[in-house]
Design a protein around this ligand. Structure first.
Ligand code: CUA
Length: 318
């Protein structure tokens, strides 16, 4: 049977919005392309050499025509601007209650971990009707996370976190592609996204075994890499405590100045790998760098652990 779908499934809440904008722009482009082609054709035929037509007194000025071809494209481009800005903000601003899944791209596979602890390779299982936020990074080169059925695509970069969010609206299995050329087996860096009913999804999560959550694994690494010795244990080394710090402004000594940065994923990652770069005011730059010693998935686990400490109040510990 002839099977050549022009559009992928519309399987996320934003998919129809992206398609509507695309079809509108395609319509505008087709209209003007056809109009220009038609005008060229008519004029070529009408004024071809040898044809007897009145070529005297060509019009040198037509104000109504100039106003028309300025005002109509202006209105059309302003409609496209406002419309696409609206779609863009919807696509790139995750709702605050979105569940956060970690994604690490590497040559040539996708590693994903759910906050509950279950991890997957080249597969992603998500529940229908719940917003999902992906926190993504790469272990080597630039990759790009692309799920056509959700109409989402975002570069995955080494050395920093990018995010992407979607709310699946239709149960099914959809393609996942790497869409940034990343070496020999780029074309094999593919996978599937499976959207399940929430109850089925909970069963799938439970089937992974009641292993430690991502934050619990992070705590284990926190101890294993001797972070705990200074950051929560004895006071032999004076190091900032991490309870309640996530998402809050941190005072940073910048020469003689003190400036504030937010203790977000980026800041925690850089503090582990480049601890001398942004030292908290009032502390000595004594922390060693962990560059090359902690893998990207493990960094995400440690960040999840520090984030889980956010609920605990700073005031309760010394
Ligand atoms: Cu990874 Cu292409």
């Amino acid at each position: 049977m002839w099977n050549f779908p022009l559009f992928p499934d519309q399987a996320s809440t934003n998919a129809a919005r992206v398609d509507a904008l695309f079809l509108f722009e395609l319509g505008v482009i087709l209209f003007f392309t056809l109009a220009v082609c038609l005008a060229i054709f008519v004029l070529v035929v009408r004024f071809r050499r040898g044809r007897i037509v009145d070529r005297s007194g060509p019009p040198l000025e037509a104000r109504w025509l100039e106003v028309t071809w300025i005002v109509i494209p202006l209105i059309l481009s302003m409609i496209m601007f406002a419309w696409s800005a609206d779609v863009y903000f919807r696509l790139y601003q995750a709702p605050p209650d979105a569940a956060e899944i970690s994604v690490v791209g590497k040559q040539w596979m996708w590693y994903l971990q759910h906050p509950e602890g279950r991890s997957e390779i080249n597969q992603l299982h998500v529940p229908v009707g719940r917003p999902i936020k992906l926190k993504m990074t790469s272990q080597d080169v630039i990759h790009s996370f692309y799920v056509p059925a959700f109409r989402i695509k975002q570069d995955v970069l080494p050395g920093r976190y990018t995010t992407l969010w979607f709310e699946p609206s239709k149960v099914g299995t959809y393609h996942l592609f790497c869409t940034e050329y990343c070496g020999t087996s780029h074309s094999e860096m593919i996978g599937t996204v499976t959207v399940m009913e929430p109850a089925e999804y909970d069963g799938w999560l439970a089937a992974g075994g009641a292993g430690p959550s991502q934050a619990d694994e992070g705590e284990r690494l926190f101890v294993q890499h001797h972070c705990a010795g200074c950051h929560r244990g004895s006071q032999v080394v004076n190091a900032p405590r991490l309870e309640g710090v996530y998402g809050k402004p941190v005072p940073i000594q910048d020469g003689k100045e003190v400036r504030f940065v937010t203790a977000d994923d980026r800041y925690i990652r850089d503090s582990i790998l480049m601890p001398r770069q942004e030292v908290v005011a009032g502390y000595q730059p004594v922390m060693p760098s962990f560059q090359g010693q902690i893998s990207e998935p493990d960094l995400l686990k440690i960040i999840a652990y520090i984030k889980s400490l956010a609920a605990k109040e700073t005031g309760t510990v010394r």
